[in-house]
Design a protein around this ligand. Structure first.
Ligand SMILES: [Zn+2]
Length: 307
């Protein structure tokens, strides 16, 4: 990584200062036609090239352009050249021609951006962080939770069925996070888990409802269903916040080297991912208020990102 030439700083040939380019843009070169061979117009004016006796070996068609932020000197690097080659070679033909009985054509070669610029460093940082977040969400089976959530909120699955699925999920989590998974009942497991008191209470209440339905032929009313949904939402929030807190996102962003990457944009990019991508998976109707904003606060994001 460290020896990657794209990561090197550019040394300005005028002021000798080293810098990371803010950005590059591509410039297409249109050359004058009649003055000289070098000044041959290339594409698409075929006639212009035909006017010269001996065609140039290499024609620069596009360049990467950036400038030194200290002295303003403009630097150019090859982005695309057309090389004169014998006709038998394979390649994308730009223009074939006959020169003193030999057939040539111009073959195009492209060159990548010579150095990473601010955008590349930013994209790389975001990609790393998002990939860690994705891994954390995979650890808590976010897709499964999303399908449960859709059952509760959008697909209108029978609430009791959703409750049973929710409990299967909860049990799985408790077993997985328990160092000594003995045969105990779920209440005991919930008691031994590090759930916050409020979530524990909600889970106990939903457990009572479940037993009432199973043992006493009780029918869930609207309040019961809301309670179950609330418990499920708290459970999901707990899982997501615990898992993402482990990533220490705030200090990771604070530790990004100053000057190259706009840290505020990193916060925004993470917020957008959690809002759009994760929000789409979970599909809670009040996702922003109940999950996203408290989550960003728990992750110690600056206040402006959640208020
Ligand atoms: Zn300079």
């Amino acid at each position: 990584m460290q020896n990657d030439p794209q990561r090197a700083k550019i040394k300005c040939p005028v002021c000798s200062k080293k810098f990371i380019p803010k950005s590059f843009h591509i410039e297409k070169l249109i050359m004058d036609t009649k003055e000289s061979i070098i000044g041959t117009r290339i594409v698409p004016e075929k006639n212009a090239l035909d006017q010269t006796e001996i065609k140039p070996m290499n024609i620069v068609r596009k360049v990467w352009v950036t400038f030194c932020p200290i002295c303003g000197y403009t630097l150019r690097f090859i982005a695309e050249i057309a090389k004169k080659e014998l006709i038998e070679k394979e390649g994308k033909s730009l223009l074939s021609f006959n020169e003193f009985g030999t057939h040539y054509f111009y073959n195009l070669y492209s060159f990548p951006k010579p150095y990473m610029d601010y955008t590349n460093y930013f994209d790389e940082t975001i990609k790393d962080i998002i990939s860690d977040i994705k891994q954390s969400l995979t650890n808590i089976h976010i897709e499964k939770l999303g399908s449960l959530s859709r059952g509760f909120y959008t697909e209108k699955v029978d609430p009791f069925k959703s409750l049973i699925r929710f409990y299967a999920n909860l049990k799985e989590y408790c077993v997985a996070s328990n160092d000594n998974p003995k045969k105990e009942d779920l209440d005991q497991k919930v008691n031994e888990s590090p759930f916050p008191d409020q979530l524990e209470d909600l889970l106990r209440e939903t457990r009572k409802l479940r037993n009432k339905v199973v043992h006493e032929s009780y029918d869930l009313n609207q309040d019961d269903i809301e309670l179950i949904k609330g418990a499920f939402k708290s459970f999901v929030y707990y899982l997501v916040s615990v898992e993402l807190t482990k990533l220490n996102l705030k200090s990771r962003i604070d530790n990004i080297e100053n000057g190259i990457i706009n840290k505020e944009n990193v916060f925004w990019a993470i917020r957008r991912f959690l809002s759009d991508e994760v929000g789409k998976i979970l599909e809670f109707p009040d996702y922003s208020n109940k999950i996203l904003n408290p989550l960003l606060e728990a992750l110690k994001f600056p206040k402006k990102f959640y208020s």
